[in-house]
Write a protein that binds this ligand. Structure first.
Ligand code: FAD
Length: 273
């Protein structure tokens, strides 16, 4: 379970200089069923001789290839940056909890994301649109610092054309190419009507965004048990052994990364946790 499985990069799509979506195909096709995943889960991506990083799976679970959208930030991802189609990586997983897509059936779904926080939710959004009749109003609020940080734009444009769907995109630093809103993502709440009794919320993004979003939603009457948040912590083993990702009594790798906010509220924002 802890041994990475070799996977070939079959596509590399770049969103600006430091974010790329890599589609990975297992070298042994017989291994693919072991990588069946639920939307929101992640894999550990291994660069031989360098290190391993936790990366959410951003593709639809029905796609045979596994897409990982990766921001280049440090030692391991800098090496991944230089990889091309045909190169081999190792992956192990899938790990962690998933978005509550069953609980969300026949309810309204509000998705609030910031920056690369959209990557862990894109598969879940695709899943809902492929079963459109099973979900009520779908609202997607997504913010980026600058237009160049916008990833999977084509997916948002396609979702925007779906019935009973509202997609609002915003940036802190609009330029002449930007056609949508400006400001921070939480300002988009002013344009959205929420029925607290029938809404399930998925949130993924920077901690400050999560805090403001939860505050706003709770003030609107949305129960914190219906607000699901994906959180990130440094992790090593990904199976609850090493303790790197411990968050209060929870291990983000195996109890999370997606939690109902009510479960983590006590620790959220506590310095050093
Ligand atoms: C469940 C989960 C899902 C993730 N999904 C994605 C994803 O879809 N795409 C993506 O680009 N990244 C994702 N990350 C973050 C990714 O794991 C880190 O960016 C990566 O480990 C950095 O490794 P590095 O060796 O390149 O950088 P390092 O050299 O280890 O560190 C560079 C900088 O990044 C910080 N850092 C390292 N790991 C993390 C982390 N886990 N969270 C926050 N900061 C970190 C370090 O403190 C340091 O400041 C996810 C993390 C988790 C826990």
């Amino acid at each position: 379970m802890l041994v990475p499985e070799p996977a070939e990069i079959v596509e590399k799509r770049s969103f600006g200089p430091d974010i790329h979506a890599f589609s990975l195909r297992l070298c042994d096709p017989a291994a693919r069923p072991r990588f069946d995943f639920l939307q929101g889960q992640f894999n550990m991506v291994y660069v031989p001789g360098v290190g391993e990083v936790a990366i959410s799976i951003s593709s639809d679970p029905d796609d045979p290839d596994l897409e990982h959208t990766i921001r280049i930030v440090g030692r391991t991802t800098r090496v991944i940056d230089g990889l091309q189609v045909g190169d081999i990586l190792g992956i192990r997983g899938p790990y962690g909890s998933a978005w509550p897509l069953q609980e969300a059936r026949f309810k309204d779904v509000l998705v609030v994301t910031g920056g690369l926080g959209c990557a862990p939710v894109t598969g879940a959004i695709d899943y809902m649109f492929r079963r459109r009749a099973n979900y009520g109003q779908i609202t997607l609020l997504h913010g980026v610092k600058k237009p160049a940080d916008m990833v999977h734009h084509e997916r948002f444009e396609a979702w925007r054309r779906e019935p009973d769907t509202k997609v609002l995109l915003t940036t802190d630093q609009p330029d002449r190419s930007w056609r949508d809103r400006s400001g921070v993502v939480t300002e988009l709440f002013d344009e959205v009507e929420i029925d607290p009794g029938r809404t399930i919320v998925f949130i993924c993004g920077p901690q400050v965004m999560v805090r403001y979003a939860v505050q706003h939603l709770a003030a609107q009457g949305v129960s914190k048990g219906r607000i699901h948040v994906s959180i990130e912590r440094n992790m090593k083993c990904a199976v609850g052994l090493c303790g790197h990702c411990q968050f209060g009594p929870e291990f983000v790798c195996k109890d999370g990364p997606i939690f109902p906010f009510s479960r983590i509220e006590r620790f959220f924002g506590v310095r050093g946790l």
